[in-house]
Design a protein around this ligand. Sequence first.
Ligand SMILES: Cc1ncc(COP(=O)(O)O)c(C=O)c1O
Length: 433
Amino acid sequence: MNGDEVRAKHSEFLFPATINYYAEPIAVDHALGCTVYDTEGRPYLDFFGGILTVSMGHCEPRINAAIHAQVDKLQHISSLYPTEPTVRLAERLSATAPGGPMQSFFVGTGTEADEMAVMLAMCHTGNSELIALRNSYSGRSMLAQTLTAHSNWRVLPTQIPGIKHAHAPYCYRCDLGLKYPSCDMACARDIEKLIQYTTTGSIAGMLAEPVQGVGGFMVPPKEYFQVAAEIVRNYGGLFISDEVQTGFGRTGTHMWGIQHFGVEPDIMTMAKGIANGLPAANCMARPEIARSIPRLTISTFGANPIPMAAANAVMDVIEAEDIPARSARLGDVLHQGLLALQQRFPANIGDVRGLGLMQAIEIVVDETAGDRTPEVALTGRIFEQAKAVGLLLGKGGRFGNVFRIAPPMLIEEHELERGLALFEQALEAAGAR
Ligand SMILES: Cc1ncc(COP(=O)(O)O)c(C=O)c1O
């Protein structure tokens, strides 16, 4: 099929709610490393890795070899049977857990991992209310949509009761109109009032992304999670770190995003980059917490041997290439490049932020004149121009005016430099200033 045929059949046979990027979506045919090709063979440099999921690179040979070997050995047996790829992965992940060993429950998506984390926190604490953050994203089930605090992603008005949303540590647009550090972490301290005023006073926990992903890669101040987690624990809750976007070295220096903030989570969830694009996710918890589920539970596709084998190969690559260090080093190159673009387009590039290979810029009306109104139309034009010059970016943020950049972490420095040059061309062609 050519691109037009793929697009036509997509419109005819898939739900219209299946959103695609771009006025004319790219019909992707194949990919290698950091380059994606459409059905007409046109190459695009991939600065978004299938939403941070192709963590190491498209069709990475070492990971592909592990997948091929597993396909010929065992493809499915269900979580009713222990398998070697699963127990190996669980043991390796446990060894990386901040603050001591953890046990795993494998599922298929980030949504399910967050569902499991919440169920576990409720079982362990005997409480049912939860704190989540405004501007967060947790997935598409009813519970995950309620945890998610973006009206755009809330399809139904129905919500799961007992979930309260605290102010996000979004310093560029502080809800409280304060500035760090003189704010003294007022947004984190307000969680105590949120619990006292809007819950029974005993909570199951708080679920938060160390760096909000869909929300636009906000990096909280370094003390934020220490203050927040202490309050949550004082009211009987567990701290759940949603590492779906921030895990596996993405934020640089550390394996997990939360490690930048000096907090040891009680429960962690992970998905996206875990298996370089194959569907897998995991909820990890301290053994004394993991044993709190009182009844039977199962995930048919959880711990499928193929993604488990891929995830073990991802762990091999992380170790062989020291991915956290690589992500820190290349993340710095990317961050500096984006700061240079901000100098070149100071009115419209309002904020440059991120950790490691998870960097974003926010497009506003005129930062130099102090007008931080999201410039959504310009964002759309830049996005289309980037496509035209062969660069795939991510878009996000509450207002859709944030460009998210998170390429496969084996990206080479020269590819980063090329992508930055293409981004500059796109900004210029779209009329950014
Ligand atoms: C932080 C976070 N948690 C959970 C999810 C849900 O993951 P999935 O789409 O695999 O269900 C996402 C997806 O973008 C996410 O970014």
